[in-house]
Design a protein around this ligand. Structure first.
Ligand SMILES: Nc1ncnc2c1ncn2[C@@H]1O[C@H](COP(=O)(O)OP(=O)(O)OP(=O)(O)O)[C@@H](O)[C@H]1O
Length: 267
């Protein structure tokens, strides 16, 4: 084998079980033909994925299907080996968190990226602190804005003091702070990777409510979950992955919970 043939990618294409769903307009974000390799292992296998305006997309699949790999790619912390990414039709490279944020994306991780020992206000403004012209932080201005955000944007129950340390909040309240941050910085895409795994039933209902509210305010979401019932409560479209590829995709009105479940377990 010479050097040029050694470079040719040999990835067995998987046949999707459904024809897929074409974007209605220009997607907020589109991933085309994405391959992600970890050494010889192919974690994403010519994956196509898009997020449209005003929609919640459920990203489903069994353990190891590649969901988190795709989410991390959209968050800019796991660049693809090959493939193309477009934000509102323009080609982009998502090589770091800042690239992802510039594309209007905010991620809410399973183990929420908040600092427990810091007050809510500092967490909301982390990395984007309001400063005066000498670079000193304007604590009062941040606190005022934090109160506004906590009070109006997501109505976080039980949080009365923005100076409270995040470590004292429940899992659901932490999620809500992370969502408040996304709302305030006007992200147009929110990525939620297993956000309900550590939440109570009530907190889960609140979180799903936020996702619905955000959609009506113009923020689309991608919800990664193993709970198909949660997905059916809020998602407009379902994408099922298996072995790094999309195997099924349908709009909610064109499918049933039984059909989606069947595709998730039939890996
Ligand atoms: N850094 C890495 N190095 C090597 N392999 C990895 C790495 N990260 C993920 N993988 C592999 O890629 C595959 C997809 O993993 P991923 O975490 O994306 O799956 P998932 O669908 O999110 O699964 P789960 O629902 O269990 O979280 C798995 O087989 C995993 O072991």
């Amino acid at each position: 084998m010479n050097a040029s043939t050694a470079k040719v990618e040999v990835i067995a294409p998987r046949e999707p079980r459904s024809p897929g769903v074409k974007p209605a307009g220009t997607p907020l974000l589109e991933m085309r033909n994405i391959v992600k390799r970890y050494g010889a292992f192919v974690a994403l296998n010519r994956m196509n994925f898009h997020i449209g305006e005003n929609e919640v997309v459920g990203l489903l699949g069994d353990n190891g299907a590649g969901k988190s790999t795709l989410v991390k790619m959209m968050s800019g912390i796991n660049p693809p080996t090959s493939g193309e990414i477009y934000a509102r039709g323009g080609k982009v490279a998502l090589n770091c968190r800042a690239d992802s944020e510039a594309a209007g994306i905010e991620t809410i991780y399973q183990d929420i990226a908040l600092v427990d020992s810091m007050p809510i206000t500092r967490n909301i403004f982390m990395g984007r602190e309001i400063t005066n012209r000498w670079g000193f932080m304007k604590h009062k201005a941040m606190e005022r804005t934090a109160i506004e955000i906590l009070g109006s944007a997501v109505q976080i129950s039980g949080i009365d003091d923005p100076e409270k340390e995040v470590g004292f909040l429940s899992g659901g309240q932490k999620q809500a702070v992370a969502i408040a941050r996304a709302v305030h910085f006007k992200r147009n895409i929110l990525l939620l990777d297993e956000p309900t795994s550590a939440l109570s039933v009530r907190e889960t209902e609140h979180l799903l409510g936020y996702v619905r509210d955000l959609k009506s305010e113009g923020t689309s979401s991608v919800l990664v979950t193993h709970n198909i019932y949660h997905a059916f409560q809020v998602c407009d479209r379902f994408v099922v992955m298996s072995h790094g590829a999309k195997v099924f995709e349908a709009r909610k009105e064109d499918t049933t919970i039984e059909e989606v479940t069947d595709h998730v377990i039939r890996t």
